[in-house]
Structure formats: structure tokens, C-alpha cells
Ligand binder design. Sequence first.
Ligand SMILES: Nc1ncnc2c1ncn2[C@@H]1O[C@H](COP(=O)(O)OP(=O)(O)O)[C@@H](O)[C@H]1O
Ligand SMILES: [Mg+2]
Length: 362
Amino acid sequence: MNPEHLPEFYANVIDSVGDGVIVLDGDGRVILLNPVAEELAGISRRLSLGQPFSVLFKEDTLLLEMADKSAASGMSISDHENIVLKRGGRITPLSVTVSPLLLGDGSRAGTIVLLKDLTNIRDLEAAVRKADRLSTIGTLAAGLAHEIKNPLGGIRGAAQLLDMELSEEDELRECTRVILKEVQRVNRIVEELLDLASPRSLNLVGVNLHKILAHIVFLQQQATEGKSITFQRQLDPSIPPILADEGRLTQLFLNLIKNAVEAVGENGVIVIASRVVAEYSMTQRGERRSRMVAVEIGDDGCGMTREEMENLFTPFYTTKEKGTGLGLAICQKIVAEHRGMIRVDSEEGRGTTFTILLPIVQ
Ligand SMILES: Nc1ncnc2c1ncn2[C@@H]1O[C@H](COP(=O)(O)OP(=O)(O)O)[C@@H](O)[C@H]1O
Ligand SMILES: [Mg+2]
């Protein structure tokens, strides 16, 4: 059988299949190879036609064993776990099925090898495993945070009492100050952790984003007095109110703007921009294209390395001495609660821009 004689229609069908298809003749030579198979195996159709399968895939012993077994037994054989193709530095996990090619009279004319790329499925599995792990850790952490809150209150109360007992010039007051300051810090970590780990119901109202942003910028301008940090607002006045939880969004943008302030240090420019975009958003029924508001928080601060970018959003990941590493994890949670998206662009030494996309209606 020669693929040249296949009606063009059938050839097109096989070329259009999303999985790799390789057909071998009775002697194990390749007589047909579709574009996906070319791509997965890293071989061209032109060079592989007529070549023995066992030569083209000589490194892939498991695959050859499957072909041999199928040829010997006349049965269809599948492996969804173990086959991995290594081509040009790329590693592709595959699900493979090898079946006999039978003619109308039941006689065997060759073998069909089907290759299904599992890369996306493996990535998805890894993401699910990570999410699972995080949710277990989250439950544990929330329990722990809860347990810490009460004794912490006791320590604070006792330190305050002690502080009041000591006379104004007593040197021990330095110690009570340290206790109170550090208690405050632990308290912040505990609050943030509880925020991250506990489920929330949103209080949805029509929110004026610009009002929230103006308020945060006002507060940050006061907090950074003495430094030369410029806040630039490039807000699109036509943005409608969006249906969202005002308190949660305030926290989201406060976290991002604080990070920008911390990234620029003593001087820099922080840009806060907004616009309406048409984007895909996640809904309960899957993806849908809808109108969204994009808010960008950009800074010309320290930027991030690749490694820092990879760890972003991981709870407790921080590069700051006094950081908690929970701010962005909370941001991500708030954005997910609103069915929005976060994008990050960053270049080491040049700056970072976070883009938040929020659907106008939920
Ligand atoms: N605008 C930014 N510029 C540079 N790095 C940033 C920026 N925002 C966040 N990061 C990095 O992400 C890390 C985690 O941020 P976050 O979750 O807010 O925790 P924290 O601010 O307590 O460190 C930061 O320690 C920093 O390394
Ligand atoms: Mg932060």
C-alpha cells in the first residue's frame, strides 16, 4: 500500500488528527507519518518514509518493544505512563497505542502507532498536586494561626502592664517596647495567614475603582513623605463602577502599591493606570469573552530575577528582611475570588508592572 494512492481526503483526515499517527508496513517500515508525529519524534516525513521504525526510534526501546509485541501477538497494546521521547533537548511524555493495521479480509498489512502528547496533562496534574498541597498547608496554617492569637493577646496584655509599672526612665522599658513591637509583627503575620487561609464570602456592591485608588495613593503619599517618590495616575475616566467587594479590592491594591513603594526605595516613579479591555475571563461555565477593567501598578524599582518571578505568589516567599511573603498570595486569592487575572512583567534593575484584570460584572 502506498500513501500516494490514498484518496486525498483520507490523507487529509490523518494529517489533521491532533495526535501523532505513524503507519508501518508488514516489514516495519514507515509508510505514513502525519505532521504531529513529525513534530513529536523530531523527524521529517520526507526522510523517514521507507525507513525501518526500529532504526528511527532505536533509542526508544520501550516503544520498539510495544511494536514488536503487537506484531507478534496481533493485539493492540497501550502505555499511558512510561513512554517519554527526548528530542532536541525537549522531553515529551506520551501515551502510546500500537495496533495492527487490518485489511478488509482480516489479514494484517502492518502496524499503526498512535502518539498522544501528555505534556499539558502532566502540567495540569502538577498544578493540581500543588494546589492540593497548598490547601492542606492552608488548613494547618489557619489552625495554627488561630491557636497563636490567644496567647499572643496574653503576652501583649502582660507586656503593657509591665510597661506601665516601670518608671519613665527605667532601662527595662526598652525590653517591653521590643516585646510589644515583635508581638505586633507576629500578630500581622497571623492576621495575614488567617486572611489567606479562611474562605470568604464577597460583599458585592458597585465599586468606584478610582476612588479606592485615590484613597490608597493619598495614604501612601503621606507615608512616604521625605522620600522622592512620584505617584502618576493615568486613569480612564470612562470606567464604569464594577461589581466587587470594596474592602477586598482596597486590600489588593494597597498590597500592590506598598510592594511598589518598597521596590523603588528612596526615589522612583509609581504609575497607576486603568483602562477597559475585552478579555477572556473565567466564569462558572468556563471561559467567556467579556469586558474587563485593567488596572496597572508599575514601578521603576529593583525589578525581579527569574527565580524571584517563579516564586512569586508562593506563601511566605519574601526577599525582604521584614516581609511576610503573604501579600501577593492574598492578592492572588482576592483576584481569583473576583474571577479576575493577575499578570506580571518585571525586569531586574528596571522595574515591575502588575496588571490586574477584573470583570465589570461578576
Ligand atoms: N513591585 C515589586 N518589585 C519587585 N519585587 C517585588 C514587587 N512586588 C513583589 N515583589 C517580590 O515578591 C516578594 C513577595 O511579595 P509579597 O507577597 O507582597 O511579600 P512581602 O512584601 O512581605 O515580601 C517580595 O519579597 C519581592 O521579592
Ligand atoms: Mg508585600
